[in-house]
Write a protein that binds this ligand. Structure first.
Ligand SMILES: [Zn+2]
Length: 445
């Protein structure tokens, strides 16, 4: 899980890296980012990038810093979103390096894994291609990207080399979601690499919008402030879209909503620039007087002083801020301020990794540490499951139903239990030979 990187080598000796992700999560896993990859980046011909989540693109600046000068193929929307998240990641790493100098006892990295200047190199190496466009500029390796419906710009890769067709799922999205398309079914493949993030789980059957509406009603009844930690890119827009629908159905009152995330505001603008990656054109669907993704009463907070001023709001408002797992960003200031207040509510709208502040709060901890300071937890803690951007087990199996061939299948990008479960399910339902791939395993196909 995380750190997605797959090396494809053709008979002609072309070497293409499929995704170039960062390891994320517990400290031991993140430490792996500091071990150079087993292949010299200078000897890679190209990178094919499925989407702009950091666990798929977050190592690209390090790759360029180590001498990779080749093209990075992705959709235009992925290039725009990746630039946003990579600049943010570089900034966080540069911050850590500065903190390391101030607090030598904390064992932080004194040099950043990469800097904003390395992100400039990545941006210059992006080659933007459209969904459905056939490219053959990499020697002996054709590429076509199809919409994966996971986040804005996400793609499934159809790769042809040595007379064989390889399909890499990237991360697959959901079916029937309001903003993004369904994952594109693929008919032909000899080999499939498929993710299995949710390969052993099912999403709840109820509509997360209704659950969110209930949380908003309860939070406002307490006369407090509702704080939603949310990923800036994708999730925040989905929450705003759900709020727009709740407002249109008069299922919530006129609550002022503050989006306290410069990155989410930038992501909104990227979304508006890429109607090709959405189910509909946001500009056509909503009027010019809607504030954000169709929602009303939304104030975008860019300035740090305006962000601090939100601390003075006593009740009757919502604050959406990142990061989604409360592992950094402006949300930490809001949590430090709101957690001790019994009238306030904190609502998580995504998966919380083990060890994160978000998981500690969902576990019911009565005290947490923020910026090294103990903070009592008196606010109500809520969780709306179901906004996940990942296909669950049944949705992954539904996507496999699109193949008319019987591809040899490798399950990648998953915890061992989830990989094993999906491999067994794919074999049982479709009769495919499916195996969970191991780290550093090589397969000749
Ligand atoms: Zn993803």
């Amino acid at each position: 899980m995380t750190g997605s990187k797959h090396l494809l080598e053709t008979q002609a000796g072309t070497r293409v890296l499929l995704d170039c992700g960062l390891y994320q999560g517990l400290p031991d896993l993140e430490e792996r980012n500091w071990t150079p990859p087993p292949v010299d980046p200078r000897h890679l011909d190209a990178v094919f990038l499925s989407h702009a989540h950091l666990d798929h693109c977050g190592y690209l600046p390090a790759l360029c810093a180590q001498g990779f000068r080749g093209p990075i193929y992705c959709t235009a929307a992925t290039a725009d979103v990746a630039e946003l998240v990579l600049r943010d990641a570089a900034g966080l790493q540069e911050d850590e390096a500065r903190r390391a100098a101030r607090h030598p006892q904390r064992h932080l990295h004194a040099t950043p894994l990469y800097t904003d200047a390395d992100v400039d190199k990545v941006v210059n190496q992006f080659v933007r291609i459209a969904y459905g466009e056939q490219r053959s500029d990499v020697r002996s390796c054709g590429l076509c990207l199809r919409d994966a419906g996971h986040i804005l710009g996400s793609a499934i890769m159809e790769i042809t080399c040595d007379g064989r067709r390889l399909v890499f799922s990237g991360d697959l999205g959901r079916y029937g979601r309001p903003l993004l398309h369904d994952p594109t079914p693929i008919a032909h493949a000899d080999i499939v690499l498929c993710e299995s993030t949710y390969g052993d789980r099912l999403h709840p059957p109820n509509d997360p919008r209704d659950d969110l509406g209930n949380v908003i009603t309860m939070a406002m009844a307490r006369r407090g402030v509702l704080v939603i930690p949310s990923f800036a890119v994708g999730r925040t827009q989905e929450i705003l879209y759900a709020i727009a629908q709740l407002q249109a159905a008069a299922a919530m009152g006129d609550v002022p909503i503050y989006v306290d995330s410069p990155m989410a505001i930038a992501a909104d603008r990227i979304m508006e620039r890429h109607p090709e990656a959405l189910r509909f054109d946001l500009r056509a669907r909503f009027g010019p007087h809607d504030d954000s993704i169709g929602a009303r009463h939304v104030t975008n907070v860019e300035d740090a002083a305006d962000s601090r001023a939100l601390n003075d709001i006593a009740g009757g408002a919502m604050i959406i801020a990142s990061s989604g797992m409360a592992s950094g960003g402006r949300i930490l200031h809001h949590l430090r301020n709101r957690l001790p207040r019994p009238q306030d509510t904190i609502c998580f709208v995504g998966f919380q990794s083990p060890g994160t502040l978000g998981q500690q709060l969902l576990d019911g901890r009565k005290e947490v540490r923020i910026f090294g300071i103990p903070v009592p937890v008196r606010a109500a803690i809520a969780h709306v499951d179901g906004f996940s951007a990942h296909a669950d087990r049944e949705e992954l199996l539904r996507w496999f139903g699109g193949f008319v061939d019987r591809p040899r299948t490798f399950i990648v990008h998953a915890d061992p239990a989830a990989a094993g479960a999906l491999a067994a399910a794919v074999a049982a339902r479709y009769g495919l030979v499916a195996t969970p791939a191991q780290p550093l395993e090589t397969a000749e196909v």
